[in-house]
Design a protein around this ligand. Sequence first.
Ligand SMILES: [Ca+2]
Length: 343
Amino acid sequence: MRFTSFILLLAVSVSGFHCASSTAPETKPIPVIFDTDIGNDIDDVLALQILFQYEVEKKIDLLGIAISKSFPRVVDYVDGYASLNSRGDIPLGFAYNGVNPEPHKYVPVTLDTLINGKPVLEPKRKLDDSIPEGYLLMRKLLAGQADSSVVLIVVGPETNLSRLISSKPDEFSTLSGVELVKQKVKLVSIMGGLYNKDYDFPEWNIVQDLTAAQRVFADCPVPIIASGFEVGTKLLYPAASILSDFREGDSNPLVISYKVYQPMPYDRPTWDLTSVLQGVEPELGYFDVSPAGKITVDSVGNTRFEEKPGGLHRYLKLKNNQQLVLDSMIQKTTRRWKDVRHQ
Ligand SMILES: [Ca+2]
């Protein structure tokens, strides 16, 4: 009996020791909602690809994608692109009666591209398949998450986020939009505005839906980290990567879209990519961060920052590590396409 107890104790001790020594504390994937105006600029596609890569690496759980460009075929594009990344199940939302309804070029051209008679993107969903309002998708997703856990990454006009903040209690939550965001969201990482003296004009994302931007910076109840125009402008994604890092080459939808967006070869600012990196891996210090303060958006869309202890807003600043940041962006954008060949 005593011997059995000893063996049992030994077994428990060894197993306890084993647990303590071999399982380092696991970092839980960060729940992320991505809000994008894919179809306007091309950097959104690269930013989305990086998020899918973060998901493969188990750094994030991509809960859903809200679309802020009100061109219906963006839904087809994002659905097809998500399927290509084994996430055809991802919840989608759409800003109905939002801004930028014009098609531009790369979304329709990529959707209509056939290789050997087969479309390069094969969406299963389109706008008339009950795609919810972007802000309702956000409400539904937030309601199911732990408190202060979700990172919202917003890289287009702030239409969906503004509607979320203004939303009322509904079947998803008894909380108002402000209360729900305050309870569930840890950080909002926004690409938008201008925060240094090198440039002085209203930034594009802000002016597309000016009322929305003003509301977000006035009423969002949780910390916002903004990446200004000046940051991504100085970090250019190289055309050489598009031309050489994709095993599928010209049949890859990202490559097709990039080449359609502008005549090649061109290097493109990485505005949206900066907000993804900062939102997911702030601890890696890709950028310097301003002191706390308050960002306001004036009547024509200029953004002004005022330092204020305890303020909820900060903005990103470039460090002297720009090649390292770019290398990381390139690695995350291309990793999947170096490894696999499109079937
Ligand atoms: Ca964008």
